[in-house]
Design a protein around this ligand. Sequence first.
Ligand code: TXA
Ligand code: MG
Length: 319
Amino acid sequence: MTDDGSTALADAVALLRAGEVVAFPTETVYGLGADATNPHAVARIFAIKGRPSFNPLIAHVASLEQALALGEFSGAAERLATAFWPGPLTVVTPVGVSRGVCDLARAGLGSIALRMPRHAMALALIEGLGRPIAAPSANRSGRVSPVSAAHVRADLGADVRCILDAGVSACGLESTIVGFLSGEATLLRPGAIAREEIEAALGTRLLQPVGNIVAPGATLSHYAPRATLRLNAEQIEPGEWAIDFAGKLAKAGAERIVADLSAVGDLREAAANLYTALRKLDDEDVMIAAVAPVPSYGLGEAINDRLRRAAGGVSSRSS
Ligand code: TXA
Ligand code: MG
């Protein structure tokens, strides 16, 4: 352990083996990981995050083979995993017969969410453990996902001894989740890979979730700063701060600008900056902020999804 709370990979693997939790970087956001085969270790994740136990966790693997042993992959599911792994794609499949991931991590469902991250430290951690790692984003439930070790420390530092630090996450948005439960590929959560890219790889359109075929976490109030957000703002109202995109609100006369997600209007850059901007609202005690319009194509779909959640547009229970 070093003084700043980070620790070497070997120590982190040893902690996971001993049934402890470890926060670690991925290319999307930081995760709070535990041995996915150990229900006691997984229970610690739910307790630390304050996460309801009906909300299942993603099992992170280090190879396609490891995933194929845990889930029942259709041809299309395997094709998609092959196209985007390692990377920010999560696939949900019926659970495999081996049942290698404990029931608690899957919230008792007959399905399993699987992802092979591309971040070298995440892969090394999974390989070192030799088992899948169950990991949600390393934030307190209902808060904005962390894209740096400092964010993790601010949220969970009192409860998590080991935080592996690899700087700021490259994507800044969670993985895209595609479900293969009904035969047809369904977009369960927009994320760091744009819908268009996935549809091109599949050769079909992604279905929208219907009824209860949805990522359980998607119904919760999530990504919520304390400030009230006014989305798609073309102008600035008196008393408002601004989250800008491509300088639009600056041009409209905004003076108190928390951040411009991308001054040049690049959606990848905007995705990478989004959560830091939302956290800044809290840090600066902002009460109300206008958010400039962000295009809805490409990564804009996921950015707008998170902005709507941050504005309280999607909520049933806060957790
Ligand atoms: O990028 C990511 O996906 C990050 C990093 C750490 O890998 N992880 C992440 O985990 O965002 P979490 O727990 O914050 O979000 C996972 C989502 C939740 O909404 C959960 O309900 C959904 O995945 N999920 C997990 N298992 C599922 C399943 N069997 N069926 C449908 N949705 C599932
Ligand atoms: Mg999360």
